[in-house]
Design a protein around this ligand. Sequence first.
Ligand SMILES: Cc1ncc(COP(=O)(O)O)c(C=O)c1O
Length: 226
Amino acid sequence: MILLSFPHNPTTTCVDADFMQRVVDFAREQEVVVVHDLAYADLGFDGYSPPSILQADGAKEVAVELYSMTKSFSMAGWRVAFMAGNAEIVAALTKMKSYLDYGTFQPIQIAATVTMNEAPDYPAEACAVYEGRRNALIDGLARIGWHIEPPRGTMFTWAPIPPEYGHMDSVEFASMLVKDANVALSPGVGFGPGGEGNVRFALIENEQRIAQAIRNLREALPLLES
Ligand SMILES: Cc1ncc(COP(=O)(O)O)c(C=O)c1O
């Protein structure tokens, strides 16, 4: 089984529909199943729209896709999501879940249904909020001398540790910023050894709080050239 997830957490890597077609072609050739976790389906910026793997020709022969209401509808913790795509794989998940639980608490299930029917435009609003926060963060960091490629999707920003602080690993760097700037970042190494040298910002605070964080970071990072 190939497990994919784009836009990607934590690296924010985004792909296009062509990429998904190549994955599906490969999976059909090799006779493997593909599971695509599209948790950031609605969080694409600057006009970018994250592709569904189900757009690819032949996808339903090999692929399924997960969609969660957590990000698109700001329903973190509600545990409402669904899988679409290859019928046999969806049936296998249905069977497995029947052994594990009794379904979603009904009031939550009803609330989710009503939300999808009556607020289909909400994901675009949520996306605009995250895009505004991304801009506030990227522009603010650039002003203090920390230059980062703006992410095209997700609710995160993946940032290489600035070269001026290259002598610190990601845990040391993030620990320093918690103490000196009151800013909490996820050390990249927490996602695996390949993440070392990076930190992840989560765009979970409003733009005023992001501005405050930038002011604190300016104080805490005197080696940056602003
Ligand atoms: C790639 C990815 N999948 C799934 C989730 C969580 O989704 P849910 O709340 O539906 O479990 C996240 C949230 O952080 C995520 O980044």
